[in-house]
Design a protein around this ligand. Structure first.
Ligand code: ADP
Length: 363
């Protein structure tokens, strides 16, 4: 495993990103980027697009024919995708899909075996140092320093980016406030909850004002409320701070809530890509009948206009109209069942089908 902490000194021309933003602006998920309500953030957004660093590419990450082989095993097999500036883009897939490997190649922690991978127009093979100065990385595991308190974790990390100590202290205070840890600055790492550690990891990744934030499974293992808090912060960063966000997840809800576009991955391949809504409409019919605890009841595959899938002791039926599904309800009298709108989880089910993940999910 390569080291996840950037040990090289990197400098970055971007001015300080003021992050004291109004919580009331978080009225809904997925509105257009709107920095106009916060002058300081608008200014910083343009700072983040600093002309001194050259013309900005509209595609922040471009992967073409990207392949990664570990000991003859193809962890990533000829994938293509691109991430547009200012969007939240997701890699969605079960364990073993190749999400972390892709993230680690983007973060210049492991080189591609073949194909092309550009971040901000720079080649991950030869320009890792420059790339690391432009992106913030939140790895899957919290690798905070247990010997340092919360504030010192940030200040010491800032020194890797050659941020002067006075500026680092200001930046740390600003980020701790943003991420809701302002009153825990002197706490030991061991006294933080899982959600607090995750938020501190995000703050740490933002120290050098990255234009792009790369997060590997940002909320895995956290309870739903904490997950929602982190989603809000990420959405705020994208919407108000203009940061491009690339995340991996195996939570459908996370992908559906946060990502404007995503790819569905399994075993090193991309199975589908698009907006969550387009994926749902193109891959499954609009309505789903879901029946839980089916035991050994047979799946009814005989009905016209209905597709049927069995998985995890549940039956799923899809149709263009809810009424088409109603007669099937009777077959499951006494079982837990409901007709609902189809969602990304259904798409995933169709795409990944009965292929069980390589190993049990960490969730
Ligand atoms: P995900 O993040 O979607 O769970 P990974 O990228 O971690 O998937 O793993 C993809 C595949 O690559 C898996 O088969 C995994 O066992 C393998 N793999 C990942 N990292 C390594 C490594 N350092 N050495 C060998 N095989 C690896």
């Amino acid at each position: 495993m390569e080291e996840d902490v950037c040990g090289e000194g990197v400098s970055h021309p971007v001015a300080s990103l003021a992050l004291g933003v109004d919580e009331n602006m978080l009225d809904s998920l997925h509105p257009k980027t709107d920095a106009s309500k916060s002058p300081s953030l608008e200014a910083s957004r343009f700072a983040a697009n600093d002309p001194a660093s050259g013309a900005l590419h509209s595609e922040v990450v471009i992967a073409r024919n990207l392949t990664k082989v570990y000991n003859k095993h193809k962890a990533i097999d000829d994938i293509e995708f691109s991430v547009k500036r200012g969007e939240t883009f997701g890699l969605l897939g079960p364990n073993g899909a190749g999400k972390s490997t892709t993230m680690r190649m983007i973060a210049c922690r492991t080189p591609p075996t073949s194909g092309q991978l550009l971040v901000e127009g720079l080649d991950v093979r030869t320009q890792g140092r420059e790339i690391r100065g432009l992106i913030g990385v939140v790895p899957q595991d919290n690798n905070l320093d247990p010997d340092l308190n919360v504030r010192r974790n940030l200040i010491v990390y800032a020194s890797y980016y050659r941020i002067a100590s006075k500026e680092a202290a200001l930046r740390a205070a600003e980020l701790l406030d943003f991420i809701g840890l302002g009153n825990r600055a002197d706490a030991k790492i061991e006294h933080l909850s899982g959600g607090m550690k995750r938020r501190l990891m995000i703050a740490r990744a933002l120290l050098h004002n990255p234009r792009v934030l790369v997060l590997d499974e940002p909320t895995t293992g956290l309870d739903p409320q904490v997950r929602q808090e982190i989603w809000q912060k990420l959405e705020e960063l994208r919407r108000v701070g203009g940061v491009t966000i690339l995340l991996s997840t195996h939570y459908m809800e996370e992908a559906e809530k946060l990502c404007e576009r995503l790819v569905v991955m399994d075993r090193g391949h991309i199975l589908a890509s698009g907006t969550p809504r387009d994926l749902v409409l193109s891959r499954v019919s609009r309505y789903a009948l879901e029946v839980r605890d089916v035991g050994d009841l047979p799946l009814d595959t005989t009905r016209n206009g209905i597709s049927a899938v069995a998985r995890n002791n549940a039956h799923f039926y899809f149709a263009a109209e809810a009424e088409i599904l109603t007669p099937l309800m009777k077959e499951y009298e006494g079982r837990r069942r409901m007709i609902r709108l189809s969602n990304l989880e259904d798409v995933f089910l169709q795409l990944v089908g009965d292929n069980e993940p390589e190993s049990p999910s960490a969730a």
